[in-house]
Ligand binder design. Structure first.
Ligand code: ING
Length: 315
C-alpha cells in the first residue's frame, strides 16, 4: 500500500513587531486553506512563527521579553490554527517561544510541535543548538540573543510514529541552527526517521562572519540535502523570511527527498505554500543499501576516536 503524503511547506514572509498574533494567525489560516485546496495532509510552519524574530534585540525587561512567549498551547490567539486544521483534516507543525513551569521553575524554550489531524499534540521538540550569544554586543548591526532568552532543549530529538491517517509515518523535528549540525539528523536517522520537519529564521548577514553572507542560501540547502541523503529521510525546511524590522532573512523553503534532491522550493520571500507528494517509503532502498547502518557503520571505531584511544587526533 502506498504511503504517499502530500506535504505543504508554509513559508511566512516578514512579521513586524507591530503585527499581532491575530494578524499572523490569519495569514497562517489562509495558508492552511490553500494547503487543503492542494490536497495536503500536513502543513509545516517556520520557527518562532507567531512573532517577529525577537532575539535580534537586547531586552532586559522580563515582561517585555515574555510578551513574545506562549504560556499555553493552544491559547485563545492560536486556537484558530487547531480548529481550522481539524476542520480541514490537516496535521501541522508550529514553531513558537514556549514559557512553561517545569520542575518548580519557569522555563523558556524555542519549541516546535507536531499536531495530528485530530488536533492533538503528537510530539514536541525544544531547540538544542542555540546560536548567537548571551550578552549585549553593541558592535553588531543586530543581536542574536537566543542563548539569553532560551534554555537548551531538554527533549533530545525524539522520533514518533504518527497515526494511520499519516500512514503511520516516523516523524522527527529540529529547529533552524540544528540543521547545520549532522548530529541532529543522525540521532533521528538511528531511530529510523522517515520525515524531518524543521523551521528556520536565518538572517542573510552573519555579523561575526560577513564573508559567509554570499553563501547563505547555498549553505541552507547544502546542510538539509546532506542530512536527508545521509539518513535516508525526507527533510521539510520552512523559512520565515523577508525584511523584518530592517533585518533581511533568507527564504528557500523546500521539500527534500531521501535521495537528497530538492523536489519543490519557494520562489519568493513572502507567504508562500510549497507542495509536494512525499512517498514515506522512498528512503527504504537507501536504508537497505548505502546507509544500512547495521552493516556498514562502525560505532566502535568512532567511540575509539571519541575516547582518544589509539586515534591520531589533530592537536
Ligand atoms: N538562525 C541562524 C541559523 O542557524 C545563523 C543563525 C545564521 C547561523 C547564519 C550561522 C549562519 O540559520 C537561527 N535562528 O538559528
Amino acid at each position: 500500500m502506498s504511503r504517499v503524503l502530500t506535504i505543504g511547506a508554509a513559508q511566512l514572509g516578514a512579521i513586524q513587531r507591530s503585527h499581532s498574533r491575530a494578524d499572523v494567525v490569519a495569514r497562517m489560516v489562509a495558508l492552511m486553506r490553500e494547503a487543503a485546496r492542494n490536497g495536503c495532509d500536513l502543513v509545516a510552519f517556520p520557527e518562532l512563527a507567531l512573532t517577529t524574530f525577537f532575539p535580534r534585540w537586547f531586552m532586559e525587561d522580563q515582561a517585555e521579553i515574555d510578551s513574545f512567549f506562549e504560556r499555553e498551547m493552544p491559547s485563545n490567539e492560536t486556537a484558530p490554527l487547531f480548529t481550522t486544521a481539524r476542520e480541514l483534516g490537516l496535521a501541522f507543525t508550529l514553531g513558537y517561544a514556549e514559557l512553561t513551569e517545569e520542575e518548580g521553575r519557569t522555563r523558556r524554550f524555542n519549541t516546535q510541535i507536531l499536531v495530528g489531524k485530530d488536533g492533538r499534540i503528537v510530539a514536541k521538540y525544544r531547540k538544542i543548538h542555540l546560536p548567537g550569544h548571551a550578552e549585549h554586543e553593541p558592535w553588531r548591526a543586530f543581536q542574536h540573543l537566543e542563548k539569553r532568552y532560551f534554555e537548551v532543549g531538554n527533549l533530545s530529538w525524539p522520533v514518533v510514529r504518527a497515526g494511520a491517517d499519516l500512514h503511520s509515518g516516523l516523524f522527527g523535528q529540529m529547529i533552524c541552527n540544528d540543521r547545520r549540525w549532522p548530529e541532529s539528523y543522525r540521532v533521528m536517522g538511528l531511530q529510523g526517521v522517515e520525515m524531518i520537519l524543521l523551521g528556520y529564521n536565518t538572517p542573510v548577514h552573519n555579523p561575526p562572519a560577513p564573508d559567509h553572507d554570499r553563501l547563505g542560501d547555498f549553505h541552507n540547502h547544502l546542510v538539509m540535502q546532506a542530512g536527508a541523503y545521509q539518513n535516508a529521510s525526507w527533510v521539510i525546511g520552512v523559512a520565515k523570511c523577508g525584511v523584518e524590522e530592517g533585518c533581511e532573512m533568507i527564504g528557500g523553503s523546500c521539500i527534500i527527498a531521501p535521495t537528497g534532491e530538492i523536489v519543490a522550493q519557494a520562489v519568493t520571500r513572502e507567504d508562500e505554500l510549497v507542495v509536494a507528494r512525499c512517498d514515506l517509503d522512498l528512503g527504504r532502498s537507501y536504508r537497505n543499501s548505502t546507509f544500512n547502518f547495521a552493516r556498514h557503520r562502525e560505532p566502535a571505531q568512532y567511540r575509539m576516536i571519541v575516547e582518544r584511544k589509539g586515534a591520531v587526533l589533530p592537536d
